[in-house]
Design a binder for this molecule. Structure first.
Ligand code: 0X9
Ligand code: ZN
Length: 301
């Protein structure tokens, strides 16, 4: 069976999502967020418990970078918490939103990292000169190619693609996102800078609700800290506390969709490695970070 003491390949993660939808058919369903170069689907779980009113959407993007294995593992852990936890705080968080949760939005890359090259980061599209993959977090259609981006398809990490949305993964996922009405939050998980980032990633400009985002982020980190005493940097813009990077998903989401709550959580680990025996620890921390985020967001209205 599926557990949180090991890392799993894509098919097992997708199997878990299917099992959960069979177990909770009334409020959990598998959704297709997009397609990949190698013909996979980008699968997620939509969790939407029955209520009278329409609920705001909370979107979770995970695993856009293939080698950041802790992110899909944490995300399925979080799904399991939403589905099974008896904690009233977690139940209340679950019931407030229409959740769209995608544990691995770059499944071709993740499978390649899992089976061939642990440090693989990009997609697996083949370019004309025979090199593989683009960085899917440099490929979104907003300020494409400005910072921390390469135009060389053979660049192992930062090739931004031949044009904005050249990658079928980012293009199809962006279409899915555009189709969502009333998206309140978009949360992306990365690793391993142990940092909480706000938009924008490629400019020092502050978004109009920067102060709220900062306050909500601080509460989120405080809730996370209570679990393991792990200190995260931030919250702050990538330009302020990490480095400027263009073409990232959160910048596109914020700019084109106007989503109010947009964050990148860089989770823990050392050079993309994190012991499988400690997935629980990271999972509980992220769950509490989400509880804190949702609480403070509601306080601020
Ligand atoms: O460079 C990135 O894409 C992220 N760091 S990582 O080490 N996981 O690759 C930072 C993402 C910051 N946000 C955006 N660039 N949108
Ligand atoms: Zn990353």
């Amino acid at each position: 069976g599926f557990s949180w003491t090991a890392y799993y390949d894509v098919d097992d993660i997708y199997g878990y999502l299917h099992n959960m939808s069979l177990k909770h058919p009334d409020w959990a369903q598998v959704v297709v967020g997009g397609r990949t170069y190698e013909g996979r689907q980008i699968l997620g779980l939509r969790i939407n418990t029955p209520t009278d009113e329409d609920k705001p959407v909370m979107f979770i993007e995970s695993g856009i970078h293939a080698r950041e294995w802790i992110t899909p593992a944490t995300t399925t852990y979080f799904i399991n918490e939403l589905l099974t936890s008896p904690d009233p705080e977690i139940i209340s968080m679950r019931d407030q939103f229409d959740w769209h949760i995608f544990p691995t939005v770059n499944p071709d890359g993740y499978h390649y990292s899992y089976t061939r090259d642990r440090m693989w980061r990009k997609t697996r599209s083949r370019s004309q000169n025979g090199c593989y993959g683009a960085d899917p977090n440099r490929n979104w259609d907003y300020n494409w190619m400005n910072y921390s981006s390469s135009n060389n398809p053979c660049n192992y990490q930062l090739y931004a693609g031949s044009k904005p949305f050249s990658e079928i993964e980012t293009r199809t996922l962006s279409e899915y996102i555009s189709g969502l009405e009333n998206m309140l939050g978009y949360i992306a998980y990365h690793s391993t800078a142990q940092t909480l980032l706000l938009p924008y990633s490629d400019s020092s400009e502050h978004v109009d609700n920067y102060d709220d985002l900062k306050k909500i982020g601080e509460t989120s980190l405080r809730y996370g800290y209570a679990v393991n005493k792990a200190r995260y940097d931030g919250p702050g813009t990538a330009a302020e506390i990490l480095y400027k990077a263009s073409g990232g998903s959160i910048d596109w989401v914020r700019h084109t969709q106007g989503t109010p709550l947009v964050y990148v959580y860089e989770l823990r680990g050392v050079y993309f490695s994190w012991p499988p025996s400690r997935i629980h620890e990271q999972g509980d921390e992220v769950t509490q970070m989400m509880v804190g985020l949702v609480k403070e967001a509601r306080n601020l209205g």
